[in-house]
Design a protein around this ligand. Structure first.
Ligand SMILES: Cc1ncc(COP(=O)(O)O)c(C=O)c1O
Length: 376
């Protein structure tokens, strides 16, 4: 039976809930900023994985979409969201020849320029080029500049690599990306400088660099206003999940603020003790995502945030603990439906088939998590 039109209290728990107005507020904030800063936004779909959300972002002004995985790109591309000149950029390197066939196959089927892939290795570049030549197409590529994970060292190494890439006739070199991680302002600036200087050095070698991508939710303002960055690639801003809307839940970096639009609705199933109540949402529906970080950062009951000591997760139980005598405990009762904010939105979304969309306390839509479990 459909839950559309029902009040939140009637949604079976546990369920992943999106507050449509807060979500929209987050999009408005990001795209208002981007228009003013004159920077493109390529939201990272590894966060939300839902075609409906990609669609909303494209409507809001997204330049394209980023995915981490080839299979995410396949599923989202096949869902028909990337109409017109919108394209998809796969940010993770690929070293499996079978996957590279799939990559170029997408370009053959959907048209040149629809899918870009990032690389940091000449072998990968040569393999892609051979496959593309065989099909008679050009595969768009972008080179990753490292800031501690994959990628080519900024500067000379990157220039050398770009020179070799442009010689490969199956490839079209579109630019570089240098994801600087959710870091403090000064670090982001240092890393953006390395990325932008590298783009300049490649241009000085006579190679066109159209795309210079970087940035995350935590650094969108720093990076989005850095001269020479052409696009930013934030993901978790759509959910603003976490205590201070930083996307990760335990701290605000660079004073970034987005509204917490994503919660897990859960029901109190046991309330026999003064120090705790037990709910039906455990680790199977919420992910801490980061070692040493509390898995739940906020608890909401009857529309109000509640103070608590901690939430302990076992597989199917979420237990809220209170300090002795804490009056907050008395705000919770057996059968009540409450909301948890998990500290890491991206890994939590990937645990759900659907996102229940709520406006003014009523369900207006259920969005499939289209690319759920696409790890390949
Ligand atoms: C390559 C890349 N770009 C962008 C992002 C977006 O980060 P956030 O979700 O913090 O906005 C990530 C996050 O892991 C990433 O790996």
């Amino acid at each position: 039976m459909s839950i559309i039109g029902k009040p939140v209290e009637e949604i079976p728990t546990p369920a992943l809930i999106l507050d449509l107005e807060k979500f929209q507020w987050n999009l408005d904030k990001m795209f208002k900023f981007a228009r003013k800063a004159k920077v493109n936004v390529r939201p990272h779909a590894k966060t939300f994985k839902a075609a409906a959300i990609c669609n909303k972002l494209i409507e809001a002004g997204a330049y394209g979409i980023m995915t981490q995985k080839l299979s995410e790109a396949e599923v989202l591309l096949n869902s028909g969201i990337l109409y017109g000149d919108k394209n998809i950029l796969i940010s993770q390197e690929i070293s499996d020849p079978t996957k590279l066939e799939r990559l170029v196959g997408m370009t053959v089927a959907m048209g040149e320029g629809k899918v870009l892939t990032s690389l940091d290795n000449l072998q990968e570049a040569e393999m892609i080029s051979r496959i593309a030549e065989r099909w008679g197409v050009k595969q768009d590529v972008i080179m990753e500049i490292t800031h501690g994970r994959c990628g080519v060292s900024p500067g000379e190494d990157a220039v050398k690599m770009a020179k070799r890439i442009v010689k490969l006739s199956g490839l079209r070199f579109r630019g570089i990306y240098g994801y600087e991680n959710p870091v403090p302002r000064e670090t982001a600036l240092e890393r953006d400088k390395l990325t932008v200087d590298t783009a300049e050095a490649i241009r000085e070698a006579g190679i066109e660099v159209e795309i210079v991508s970087a940035g995350s939710t935590a650094t969108f303002e720093v990076t989005g206003t850095y001269p020479g960055i052409t696009e930013i690639e934030p993901g978790s801003f759509v959910f603003g999940a976490g205590k201070e809307g930083s996307g990760y839940g335990w701290e605000t970096i660079n004073d970034v603020y987005f509204k917490n639009s994503l919660t897990v609705l859960t029901q109190v199933i046991s309330d026999n003790f003064q120090n705790r109540v037990v709910t039906d949402a455990g680790a199977k529906v919420m992910s801490g995502g980061h070692a040493g970080v509390e898995p739940v950062v906020l608890v909401q009951a009857d529309g109000e945030y509640l103070d608590f000591e901690r939430v302990g997760l076992s597989e199917e139980h979420g237990t809220i603990y209170f300090k002795e005598g804490d009056p907050n405990r008395n705000k919770l009762r057996w059968g009540q439906k409450i909301q948890f904010t998990p500290n890491h939105c991206c890994t939590t979304v990937n645990q759900h088939d659907e996102i229940v969309v709520v406006k003014d306390g009523y369900v207006c839509a259920v969005w499939p998590v289209t690319a759920r479990g696409q790890y390949q």
